[in-house]
Design a protein around this ligand. Structure first.
Ligand code: SF4
Length: 191
């Protein structure tokens, strides 16, 4: 089908179509061959590994496609009774967890009062975090309330988990924090 530039612009802008694709479809242009070819190229010869979305406790099933050990695509698994092949916007972006040039791969530390971050060793950072947790806990620990009620807690430390921490890790994590007397515990996935 011949489509003039004028027809393309008119149909794309009209009837609230909103997108170039909408206009093309309105003109009777079928995108099926191009879409099929793109799909074929993306996962052609890929190995498929079933997995689970790490973002929340729904546990949507995914299929991870890899070529030579490198992830080329992640999508919902149709066989799953949870999600039946669908993924929410967070889950649909899992690919970017793995393939993302902006992902931090080094430990950064900003000294008190400093404006710049500097790269530090992980071992040093772990020791520093442990040192500050102990110091803060020791300085703020409350064993009993004024009315004598035993509470064994610190109100000075807040634990915020990340969305990519799975249920099992969060379970262990909150046990750890509660063992220290931390009561303000939240997970980013619920915020
Ligand atoms: S974040 Fe979305 S895709 Fe992932 S498990 Fe939860 S609902 Fe499913």
């Amino acid at each position: 089908m011949q489509v003039s530039r004028r027809d393309f612009v008119r149909l794309t802008a009209s009837a609230g179509a909103g997108t170039a694709i909408g206009g093309m479809v309105g003109l009777g242009v079928t995108l099926a061959p191009a879409a099929a070819r793109a799909q074929e190229l993306r996962i052609k010869d890929a190995k498929t590994t079933p997995s689970i979305c790490p973002f929340c406790s729904v546990g949507c099933a995914t299929l991870i496609h890899t070529v030579n050990g490198k992830i080329v695509n992640i999508e919902g698994d149709l066989r799953s009774p949870h999600n039946e092949g669908t993924l929410c916007p967070k889950g649909a972006a899992i690919y970017q967890l793995h393939m993302n040039p902006n992902r931090a791969t080094k430990v950064l530390h900003r000294k008190p009062g400093a404006s710049d971050w500097e790269v530090v060793e992980l071992e040093w950072a772990m020791d520093r975090v442990a040192e500050l947790i102990k110091k803060t806990r020791d300085e703020t620990f409350i064993e009993k309330l004024p009315n004598g009620k035993l509470v064994n807690m610190t109100p000075a430390i807040f634990a915020l988990g990340g969305a990519t921490l799975d249920n099992e890790f969060n379970h262990v994590c909150q046990k750890f924090w509660r063992g220290l007397g931390v009561v303000a515990i939240e997970n980013q996935a619920r915020i």
